[in-house]
Design a protein around this ligand. Structure first.
Ligand code: CIR
Length: 253
């Protein structure tokens, strides 16, 4: 899919009050914002139009906009996030996305967060995680299958979301640690395998023909270079402290 624009949200001053399983200490709010501006700057450099939403103090995780919706050319699915503290984030996202796509709302019968949703061409791979359950995946499938998309679930027992660990980097290739690369669901793809201690950098983001990857992961960078694609490295130290990565910070379409 060629992306022409993103939606992103400014991190709130109280972004350290969000959810996290990381034990990396509290993020610095000002540095979080600086890293976020660098991210937006990279998107602008890639000629994407940026819709920037205001911070939401009531939702300190709301700048992780990816979790609230899945946008495809035909429609936008507003998710039902599995984190109760984040469920209310979808309200403001509905109001924004209605100007871009017809909306489909997930019910409260299941849960699903966008961080678990990986799309490759017309194939969705969706992580079964603490945030996304089988009922959520079934409901999501019922919304997108009529448009010719397939939906495959993937059990994830490490990391927050599926895309915390594995991402599509173009050229029929996925990047992840060995464990994810071996999953039978991904047998048809080539794999860039990164060391376990660089698992975080599995959250590398493909924007058209450019890769955006976190700084500080040399083995990952060496692997990515073999693809001969432009690479932008961004410092995400503060985002990582809240279990976030490069994919979480935008909705791309
Ligand atoms: C959370 O726990 O929900 C946030 N602190 C991090 C969400 C990261 N989102 C993503 O990977 N898509």
């Amino acid at each position: 899919m060629v992306f022409t624009q993103i939606i992103a949200r400014l991190p709130a001053e109280n972004c350290a009050a969000g959810l996290t399983t990381a034990s990396l200490g509290a993020p610095d709010a000002e540095l979080t914002r600086r890293q976020f501006w660098d991210y937006l700057n990279a998107m602008l450099t890639l000629r994407l139009k940026v819709t920037l939403l205001p911070a939401e103090a009531d939702f300190p995780d709301a700048h992780f906009v990816e979790d609230t919706a899945v946008v495809i050319p035909e429609l936008a699915v507003i998710t039902h996030p599995g984190a109760a503290a984040r469920a209310g984030e979808v309200e403001s996202m509905k109001a924004v996305l209605k100007d871009f796509r017809p909306l489909k709302m997930m019910s409260d019968k299941g849960t699903l967060e966008g961080g678990d949703v990986m799309l490759i061409d017309k194939a969705f791979y969706i992580g079964l995680t603490t945030r996304t359950n089988e009922a959520g995946i079934r409901e999501f499938a019922s919304l997108v299958e009529p448009y010719g998309y397939s939906v495959t679930s993937v059990e994830v027992d490490e990391g927050l979301h599926l895309k915390s660990a594995i991402n599509y980097v173009g050229k029929n290739t996925l990047i992840s640690t060995e464990k994810f690369a071996r999953l039978p669901q991904f047998a048809q793809y080539n794999h860039l395998v990164i060391p376990d201690d660089e698992m975080y950098a599995g959250n590398t983001l493909l924007i058209n023909d450019t890769l955006i990857t976190p700084t500080g992961y040399p083995a990952t960078l060496a692997q990515l270079r073999t693809l001969n694609m432009p690479i932008i490295a961004l410092d995400t130290s503060e985002i990582r402290k809240m279990d976030g990565g490069l994919t979480c910070l935008s909705l791309r379409f």
